[in-house]
Design a protein around this ligand. Structure first.
Ligand code: KIV
Length: 264
């Protein structure tokens, strides 16, 4: 059985071993992931892959709490991070109230907050009140409408400078780890070197302290779009469709249920 991670063990991992994080939204899949992964993120990406919305912006705190409870129930041996949804952390006090709500109603170990230097005071307010925070810099999906799309960062000096400043400010505010998303490997390497806390990449190359992927992307269940950075480790959608088609055919032609599925 894998040993449960803590903030200290995750921080000690920097430079020693790569950290593995995966998203999960329910107890069943979380229970399958806990053995191989160091952390489970209940990402607001669930709004897209579970609810079918076009972006993450309409995810609510209630939704995040519901799914985080499920994940904590399914993977009691995992370090679980709950994503704070768009609009739930507009001021330091509001962020604290909502993060406390997450902690009271789930067994999450930490919350994740998207944003850069402009959110440092808010992160500091949470960490000073015993809420561990994972930052999220680089491409920030919650800013998709403000930015006019999902824009890879680090292709020009200005964005390199900004992301470096964001990472430094969030670390300085007390975050225990950072997600860095959608940046060039060069920028991710710089951030990983500059930060003393673990930096977990998604679409950020190989040099970060760890990786995170959205489970439905990496298992091939989310078919409508495959970002460049995703590797599919399973053809989930194809396999599920084939299995359900077989079930339907067997029901229709009377092969299921067979004798062994009947009570006597
Ligand atoms: O919501 C999410 O799944 C995330 C990951 C992409 C890091 O924030």
């Amino acid at each position: 059985m894998k040993k449960r991670e803590t903030i200290s063990s995750l921080q000690r991992a920097k430079g020693e071993r790569k950290l593995v994080m995966i998203t999960a939204y329910d107890a069943l899949f979380a229970s399958l992931f806990q053995e191989s992964c160091d952390m489970i993120l209940v990402g607001d990406s669930l709004n897209m892959s579970f609810l079918g919305e076009p972006d993450t912006l309409s995810a609510t705190l209630e939704q995040m709490i519901y799914h985080t409870r499920a994940v904590c129930n399914g993977a009691p041996e995992s370090f679980v991070v709950c994503d704070m949804p768009f609009g739930s952390t507009n001021t330091p006090d509001e962020a604290l109230t909502h993060a406390v709500e997450v902690f009271r109603r789930t067994r999450a170990d930490a919350v994740k907050i998207e944003g850069g230097a402009e959110r440092a005071d808010l992160v500091r307010h949470l960490t000073r009140n015993a809420i561990p925070v994972m930052g999220h810099v680089g491409l920030k999906p919650q800013s998709v409408r403000a930015e006019g799309g999902y824009k890879v960062q680090g292709r020009d000096e200005k964005s390199i400078e900004r992301v470096l400043q964001d990472a430094a400010a969030i670390e300085d505010a007390g975050a225990f780890a950072l997600v860095i998303e959608g940046v060039t490997p060069t920028l991710a390497t710089l951030v990983t070197r500059e930060c003393d806390i673990p930096v977990i990449g998604i679409g950020a190359g190989r040099e970060t302290d760890g990786q995170v992927l959205v489970w439905s992307d990496m298992l091939g269940f989310f078919e409508s779009f495959k970002p460049k950075f995703v590797k599919r480790y399973l053809n989930g959608a194809e396999q599920v469709k084939a299995a359900v088609a077989t079930y339907a055919e067997e029901v229709r032609n009377g092969l299921f249920p067979a004798e062994e599925h009947c009570y006597r």
